[in-house]
Design a protein. Structure first.
Length: 419
């Protein structure tokens, strides 16, 4: 009984195998008759079925079917140019057939390098497909441009992505990769950049990073490609790990390009987010150690000191930045605000607990600090008279009022009231 069952199972398996191989044979017949859609439809069940003995041949037939349609459409278009006769070519289908054919050829190559039932590898299709697509894949550049002009970002990404992806496929592993000898590699980084850009615009951040990373390997495209990489990581940050990965990438690029302001600014934006004060302190400390002549480093340190109400340290840091750039109005203004705040704190400390009044000696101490604050804020007023960058009116009003300068206080009051 068990023996009989075994033979039944063997027979069923054999029948299934023959059935899949018959499907491939039928598809070949349909292909020969020009019934391309029928051939592709017939092939579908055999492509990934374990019972199909020769998957390489099945996938290569798919490749042949698509390529034939692409070739026919392309030849028809070329003939029309020669004869100057109008023809109605399905451009979308033509480009789709090229990209699908290339994909099938690469899949056929995978199976073609697998050992057969006897454990031997006999490669049959690689040379022909390499010859077929080595130059033809350049058409995918035009395909992507055509789709992009049609505002079809999905197809633009598909075609340009297909162009870039085949560079790493084993089918093309042994070709000459010298861009001076192989046009495909001459344009590879350029097309990778555009594929990454389209992917980013389409919010496909995984693809954007993938293609931008390839483009960034070319020094000529590295700057623009790294921008796509950065903003893809930033916009796709969903977890703390994602955020850290983005930060680490910006740090790396900043160290590699210390004179590139945008990487510095991106890090400043990152550390300025709520809850990252301690990280900001550590980063600013590192930046100051590496580049003490950068005015922004001192401006950031001044801001940290100011937020911590360490007025003297803040003013000293701002002054460092001002020494490097006397027109740095934000630092001039902030130094004045810090001194004004220091004067207010000192007044509260020295005031009589019962009356709230100051002795003349203590009042003079407060006024001396207010006088320093006034110098900075009046300089800010000169640098930014229209208050486009800093609003010096209210703190100056406070100082003039505290110093008893009624005329200037009244002038500032008008400005404050008009806001």
């Amino acid at each position: 009984m068990k023996k009989a069952m075994f033979f039944v199972l063997m027979a069923a398996a054999a029948t299934t195998t023959f059935a899949q191989d018959d499907i491939v044979k039928q598809a070949k017949k349909d292909f020969g008759k020009g019934n391309f859609d029928a051939a592709l439809q017939a092939l579908k069940p055999a492509l990934d079925n374990a019972a199909t003995e020769d998957k390489a041949a099945a996938w290569n037939l798919v490749n042949d079917i698509y390529y034939k349609q692409f070739e026919d459409a392309q030849n028809e278009g070329m003939q029309a140019q020669i004869t100057k006769k109008a023809v109605n070519i399905d451009t979308l289908k033509m480009y789709d057939c090229l990209s699908e054919g290339l994909k099938a050829a690469m899949q056929a190559n995978v199976y073609d390098h697998q050992p057969n039932a006897k454990g031997k590898v006999k490669v049959r299709f690689q040379d022909n497909n390499l010859s077929r697509y080595q130059n033809t894949r350049l058409t995918l550049i035009n395909a992507g441009q055509w789709a992009y002009n049609k505002k079809n970002m999905a197809n633009a990404l598909k075609y340009w992505g297909a162009y870039v992806d085949c560079a790493s496929d084993p089918l093309f592993a042994n070709e000459d990769k010298n861009p001076d000898k192989n046009l495909y590699y001459k344009y590879l980084s350029e097309i990778a950049y555009y594929a990454g850009l389209v992917a980013y615009q389409s919010k496909d951040f995984v693809s954007a990073e993938k293609y931008a990373a390839i483009a960034a390997q070319d020094p000529a495209k590295a700057k623009d490609a790294n921008e796509i990489l950065l903003f893809s990581k930033k916009d796709n940050s969903k977890t703390h790990a994602d955020s850290v990965a983005y930060r680490d990438m910006v740090i790396k690029l900043h160290k590699e390009n210390p004179d590139e302001e945008r990487f510095y600014n991106l890090l400043m934006d990152y550390y300025s987010r709520p809850g990252r004060t301690e990280e900001m302190k550590a980063w600013v400390s590192e930046e100051l150690a590496a580049n003490p002549d950068n005015k922004m480093n001192w401006a950031l340190k001044g801001e940290l000191d100011m937020n911590a109400r360490q007025w003297d340290d803040a003013v000293a840091s701002y002054q460092k930045a001002i020494d490097m750039d006397p027109s740095f109005v934000q630092c001039v203004f902030n130094a004045g605000v810090c001194l004004n705040s220091k004067a207010i704190d000192l007044k509260d400390q020295l005031a009589d607990k019962a009356t709230g009044k100051l002795t003349k000696a203590n009042a003079d101490k407060v006024k001396a600090i207010l006088a320093q604050a006034k110098e900075y804020l009046e300089r800010a007023k000169q640098l930014d008279p229209d208050r486009e960058k800093v609003n010096w009116a209210y703190p100056l009003y406070q100082i003039y009022y505290s110093l008893g300068d009624q005329a200037n206080a009244a002038e500032m009051e008008k400005l404050v009231s008009a806001q």
